[in-house]
Design a protein around this ligand. Structure first.
Ligand SMILES: *Cc1c(COP(=O)(O)O)cnc(C)c1O
Length: 389
């Protein structure tokens, strides 16, 4: 190892909960009401405003958000639903749990999001009734174009925007669409709360339905029923799950939201810094930029090609040995035994081919410029020496 190798651990991800969020959480704990209540409603308004959406409904996770959004379509059991194979397994479990059948689709070689021609042929073959579109790494997928290619009503497209908070497709912020857009507040996501999710939509009826279905299909929230002077009676008129969001999460989320714009700007700066340092390293390809709109920079997915001296796995191991955390997004869903048993072994050659070169580098607002410079120096150096000297 050279001197550049020594010191400076760079974690793949950290979860920054700001002091105001900690204080707000404590105040909720002391307030006598910790579950879904007025703070959840307040967080929903703030999130909707930040995103540029009409309505936001906070739920327990993005996975639950996708399941609830698909259930809200009331499709016949077993209806085919398109999903990219290069996504998080939870998004595909959500399709199964909604009683529907996932149809895995290949992705674009450069953007790693769905391609119109693939969804067109998959829709025709399967008779798809809905589609889940994922904004991979924060790159805004062309949702309207994909819906048209699949021959689907845009209301039957559920956006998995776990990576997409802060992205925009052309002039339209991700989350402003008429249908359901699902966000995650998991510990490593762009707005970390720890756990949690939300659906944004322009459809007030969908928002109302989701507010009921997130809480057992009950017509009135518990906090309204327990409010002094209000009655105990409620009704159950729709199918529901236990997927509510708590005021404790909401208090943390409202405080964290005040920092999100700055965090997004910092992510973009760090991505630019990686690009500049890695652009000329033989065999490496920085992630693509959208021609219009805005990238959310949830992940910085480097592509390690055959022109680099190490394989992706060898590079990840060498970086880990030097204290630098990396990850891979994603193992294609059709590689997992559970999904192969359920769906067979679909032919998805682009995902198979790109998978071996995907490497997500550390990208979070707490990173210093010097952290990125250190990671890039290691990668450049390892590329020259091929690992051990
Ligand atoms: C994190 C993630 C999810 C799941 O989010 P949870 O809030 O943990 O349920 C779904 N899809 C993608 C692409 C993700 O990265």
């Amino acid at each position: 190892m050279t001197t550049a190798d020594i010191g400076r651990a760079v974690p793949f991800a950290t979860c920054e909960i700001i002091p105001e969020a900690r204080a707000a959480a404590l105040a909720v704990l002391e307030s006598g009401w910790v579950t879904t209540g007025p703070r959840t409603a307040q967080f929903e308004h703030q999130l909707a405003r930040w995103v540029g959406a009409e309505h936001a409904v906070a739920v327990s996770s993005c996975t639950a958000a996708i399941e609830l959004s698909l259930r809200a379509l009331r499709l016949p059991a077993g209806s085919p639903v398109l999903s990219p194979t290069l996504t998080f397994c939870g998004a595909v479990h959500a399709i199964v749990h909604a009683g529907l059948r996932p149809v895995l689709v290949d992705v674009d070689e450069a953007t790693l999001t769905l391609r119109p021609r693939d969804v067109a042929s998959a829709a025709e073959r399967s008779g798809a009734r809905a589609m889940v579109v994922q904004h991979m790494a924060g790159y805004p997928a062309p949702v309207a174009e994909l819906a048209a290619a699949a021959g689907l009503d845009p209301a039957h497209v559920v956006e998995d925007a776990a990576h997409g908070l802060g992205a925009a497709a052309g002039p339209d912020p991700v989350g402003s669409a008429p249908g359901a857009t699902c966000f995650s507040f998991y510990a490593t996501k762009n707005l970390p709360i720890g756990e949690g999710g939300a659906v944004t939509t322009a459809d007030p009826e969908l928002a109302d339905l989701l507010r009921q279905s997130r809480q057992h299909g009950m017509s009135r929230d518990a906090w309204r029923r327990y409010h002094p002077g209000s009655g105990w009676r409620y009704s159950v008129e729709v199918d529901g799950m236990k997927a509510n969001f708590t005021d404790l999460q909401a208090a943390i989320g409202s405080a964290q939201l005040t920092r999100l714009e700055g965090w997004q700007a910092r992510r973009a700066e760090l991505a630019d810094r990686y690009d500049a340092a890695l652009r000329d390293v033989p065999g490496l390809t920085p992630p693509p930029r959208p021609v219009t709109g805005r990238h959310a920079w949830h992940l910085y997915v480097l592509r390690v090609g055959p022109g680099y001296r190490l394989t992706r796995d060898a590079l990840a191991a060498a970086l880990a040995e030097r204290g630098v955390g990396t990850s891979v997004h994603f193992i294609p869903v059709h590689h997992f035994p559970y999904f192969r048993a359920l769906l067979g072994a679909p032919h998805l050659p682009v995902a198979d081919q790109v998978f071996d070169g995907l490497l997500s580098l550390p990208l979070h607002p707490a990173l210093a410029d010097a952290d990125v410079d250190h990671v890039c120096a290691l990668i450049t150096d390892l590329g020259r020496r091929g690992g051990s000297p």
